[in-house]
Design a protein around this ligand. Structure first.
Ligand code: GDG
Length: 470
């Protein structure tokens, strides 16, 4: 496809930031999908010629490029089979478990790997077509790790950045990946590689040193052709002030009060909000809660848990399995301990509008965030932005957020006995202690919001291979 328009800043992500809506009369419109990435991009694209390339979410021919909310959206087509092989297969059946400590086994298929390469090349070609001379391309996440080098080959004039939203695994695990060198070389096509935490950047640098013929010094990788790529931590965040503002609106405040009333005005309301994914530690959290109810440490009449589990990757067997386990456990807890008409665990397997999510964060006395591994975990930051000073949070050490929100009640979710103690400690923590912790955490997320994240990333990319002056 020939394209006559070019852009200074191009974002490449697996998905476009919009969802297709087909109306009764057959007409099609696009609705902006919620998410911090879109918000962050809006702020950095203001005043620049910006474009976004990604899959529309529907297999088959791609729609023509179009404008939406001041952004030029350039759809990349995926066939039905590519959705199965590149997206569900290699991205979510091989890379996702491998990069999350193989909580479930990673599956490798050569057909999946081949599709991943084909799709990454398609993205690189699309970016090459629409990026202005000397422009910047910012590639997002684990689905597009080969794209940077492919794009560099087509467009050596372009500045290329890549950001990893998920963890980067220790080399001992990464080594399991078939054709692992190709992936590292793909990434090294970028000038700057951003990670959620320093340990993730270090894992990447160690993998390069150990598996490639390159020299690694500090946070820089020098390639045989003399080029240098830099890898460092740039932790992602949320649109803090917008969310905090939403949480204080009368509608959200009233809805929060209503949620508590609907649950019978519990003494303590606990909340979990996750995509239904085996990385999120939902089972471990439920196990701890079930035991606390069983032992009488928590009274199911006065201590309630809401667990939101947003449907995710439902065609994959590992996701069907975790859903079954979670639903069985919720059923057991409620069957064993719930009083009539007032279930102990309210389980919600669906998505909610932003306002309803904010109301839940406002309503909850204690937030439970217990992933077994998580790149960052935005939910932790969202709770801090929404809830008043009297909140408390139990937060897994295995999240990126734990490095920034040190005042949370940190936990190892594998250690159920200690997890139970930590939940009790959070529930019983005195108000002065809660206020001190919440205020420090709120300052953290207010200062380090998603707009700042995008600015820091783009400054590091513009300055690479040097560290930007600050
Ligand atoms: C990946 C990494 C990293 C959830 N349910 C609803 C809803 N959500 C929103 C949350 C939050 C987002 O989805 C989930 O973000 P997380 O960070 O918690 O987790 P992942 O989806 O696994 O994200 C992660 C992130 O990328 C960013 O880099 O932090 O580590 O795994 O914003 O609030 N939003 C609405 N309705 C729902 O039902 N509106």
């Amino acid at each position: 496809m020939s394209e006559d328009r070019t852009f200074d800043l191009v974002i490449a992500a697996n998905r476009l930031p919009v969802d297709r809506e087909t109306h009764d009369d057959g007409s099609v419109t696009w609705r902006r999908s919620p998410g911090g990435l879109v918000t962050a991009m809006e702020s950095v694209m203001r005043g620049r010629e910006g474009a976004w390339i990604g899959w529309s979410g529907n297999p088959g021919d791609a729609p023509e490029p179009f404008h939406q909310d001041d952004m030029y959206l350039h759809p990349v087509p995926l066939t039905e089979r590519e959705v199965g092989d590149y997206y569900e297969g290699f991205s979510n059946g091989s890379l996702w478990p491998l990069y999350h400590d193989v909580i479930v086994p990673a599956t490798f298929k050569r057909r999946w790997r081949a599709a991943y390469e084909t799709v990454n090349r398609r993205f690189a070609e699309a970016a090459a077509t629409i990026t202005a001379t000397g422009g910047t391309v910012w590639v997002q996440d684990y689905q597009l790790q080969e794209m940077p080098a492919m794009l560099r080959e087509l467009r050596p004039d372009v500045r290329i950045g890549w950001f990893n939203h998920i963890p980067f695994p220790p080399v001992e695990l990464f080594m399991q990946l078939p054709r692992r060198e190709d992936l590292l070389l793909g990434l090294l096509g970028a000038d700057f590689l951003g990670f959620q935490r320093k340990p993730d950047a270090d894992n990447f640098l160690r993998a390069c040193r150990q598996l490639l013929d390159v020299s690694v010094e500090g946070d820089e990788v020098r390639l045989p052709d003399g080029r240098i790529a830099r890898a460092a931590a740039v932790p992602i965040s949320i649109d803090t002030s917008a969310l905090a503002e939403l949480a204080t609106t009368p509608q959200v405040q009233e809805r929060a009060a209503e949620i508590r009333r609907q649950l019978g005005d519990p003494e303590h309301l606990l909340l979990g909000v996750d995509r239904l994914d085996y990385t999120k530690g939902i089972r471990h959290r439920l196990k701890a809660m079930g035991e606390l109810y069983a032992e009488g440490a928590l009274d199911p009449r006065t201590v309630k848990l809401i667990q939101v589990a947003t449907p995710s990757r439902e065609r994959l067997a590992a996701y069907q399995q975790i859903r079954g386990e979670v639903e069985r456990t919720v059923g057991q807890i409620n069957g064993d301990y719930s009083p009539i008409g007032a279930t102990a665990v309210t389980y919600l397997h669906r998505s909610f509008p932003r306002e309803e999510m904010a109301a839940m964060f406002v309503a909850a006395d204690v937030m439970l965030v217990t992933p077994l591994r998580d790149g960052m975990n935005l939910v932790a930051k969202e709770y801090v932005a929404c809830h008043g000073d009297d909140g408390a949070m139990v937060l897994s050490e295995f999240t990126g957020a734990a490095l920034e929100l040190e005042q949370a009640h940190l936990c190892n979710p594998h250690d159920i006995a200690r997890l139970k103690d930590t939940i009790i400690r959070a529930i019983e923590s005195p108000i002065a202690d809660r206020e001190r912790r919440m205020r420090t955490m709120r300052r953290q997320v207010m200062t380090n919001d998603v707009q700042r994240w995008a600015e820091l990333f783009l400054a590091a990319l513009a300055a690479a291979p040097e560290r930007p002056a600050q």
